[in-house]
Design a protein around this ligand. Structure first.
Ligand SMILES: Cc1ncc(COP(=O)(O)O)c(C=O)c1O
Length: 367
């Protein structure tokens, strides 16, 4: 069995399937985004949902990240050990979360901000601040077209911002939006960026007219990361996927093959079917995220070979576009469509740094 790609790391002692990170590429990706942000006067507050690892978060902070963005309270608690500046980009409603947020405030010195789009979420922040004994920051979230969370109209944002400013224990720190519906380049994306720019102009000017000029305007996605400077008033970007990238980012042009820092190491387990090879990475390692009938991933070193079918423990490689015929036992590295969900499925990460192979824990893993 071959565990070594020519000139690559020796994976022969590593059992599969398992997520593998090329540390040099991850470092370079972090530097690239951080340098881009700095060159446009933007702060970078990466969303750590992509890697869920304190060591990877440290790497981002060392590259110049201002703080970190998280989605869950578990991620917040874990990342509070490596930064004193957290944005919880998810409304915290219901008692168990209020209690946990209060505990985070009481037991750490971390500056915590939370994105909200309702009075219920604001009340939760007020209560967490009261129990936690110190202020919490609020960013009012505007929906800019994804239609997920966020207030859909500017008047609603101004009204909620007014309420925040009048709420004891809660600071109005600014505005948050997530333009996950814009996928990078092309005329459609250009038009969507213009619409978004217009909405930001309007909401910021209405907030200013109400005496509530936002100190922070938090935006940024990976598909649009290199266009963040086109949007007015934005002060920080939360782009997170860009630390590893994936097939989606190749497809929308935000990343090139040399920016792919994550893959799932898998072993060929069967070549019984003509034109296909079965590997041991199925939906429980890659995540079943199909994109318009184009399969679930591609090989890192042979992008012409795609994963065309998945069951839980099997991935089927389509060999119709290649002369390569893998041997049973051969190792392959698969770039999934969506890296964040694949990482969350791993027990830990195999991190390759030159010839060295380490295991990094995924302390923030989970829902
Ligand atoms: C609220 C929020 N901010 C930032 C991000 C990071 O965006 P990306 O994954 O495109 O880097 C996400 C991703 O899902 C998100 O949901």
């Amino acid at each position: 069995m071959s565990g070594t790609a020519p000139g690559g790391p020796d994976f022969s002692a590593v059992d599969t399937p398992i997520g593998v990170v090329d540390l040099e590429r991850a470092r370079a990706n972090a530097r690239r985004v951080s340098d881009y942000a700095a060159s446009h006067g933007l702060a970078w507050r990466p969303h750590i949902k992509t890697h869920k690892s304190t060591r990877m978060a440290r790497l981002q902070l060392e590259a110049g990240a201002r703080g970190l963005t998280v989605a869950t309270l578990h991620e917040a608690e874990v990342m509070a050990t490596v930064t004193d500046d957290l944005l919880l980009a998810y409304p915290q409603v219901s008692e168990p979360r209020v209690a946990r947020l209060a505990e985070l405030l009481a037991e750490t010195k971390v500056d915590v901000r939370v994105a909200i789009d309702s009075v219920v979420a604001l009340d939760g922040l007020h209560e967490a601040a009261r129990r936690g004994g110190r202020d919490v920051g609020a960013l009012v979230e505007l929906d800019v077209g994804l239609r997920r969370v966020g207030l859909p109209d500017v008047d609603g944002v101004v009204e909620l911002a007014r309420r925040v400013a009048a709420t004891e224990g809660v600071r109005f720190d600014g505005l948050m939006f997530y333009a996950g519906h814009i996928r990078g380049g092309g005329a459609e994306a250009d038009a969507a960026m213009l619409v978004l720019a217009g909405r930001l102009e309007r909401v910021v000017s209405e907030l200013a007219a109400a005496g509530l000029e936002p100190e922070l305007v938090s935006g940024g996605t990976t598909p649009t990361v290199w266009r963040s400077h086109e949007l007015p008033h934005v002060t920080e970007i939360r782009s997170g996927t860009c630390i590893f990238n994936d097939r989606d980012q190749l497809a929308c042009g935000s990343a090139a093959p040399e920016h792919l820092a994550y893959s799932v190491l898998a072993t060929v387990v069967s070549t019984a079917l003509e034109g296909r090879a079965a590997v041991d990475a199925g939906s429980k390692a890659l995540a079943k995220e199909e994109r318009g009938g184009s399969g679930y991933g591609i090989l890192l070193d042979r992008p012409e070979v795609g994963v065309v079918a998945l069951s839980e423990e099997h991935g089927m490689l389509d060999l119709s576009g290649t002369d390569w015929r893998p041997a049973i036992g051969e190792r392959v590295r698969i770039v999934p469509n969506h890296v964040c969900v694949s990482v969350n499925l791993q027990p830990d990460l195999v991190v390759v740094d030159g010839d060295r192979i380490e295991r990094w824990p995924l302390e923030g893993r989970g829902r």
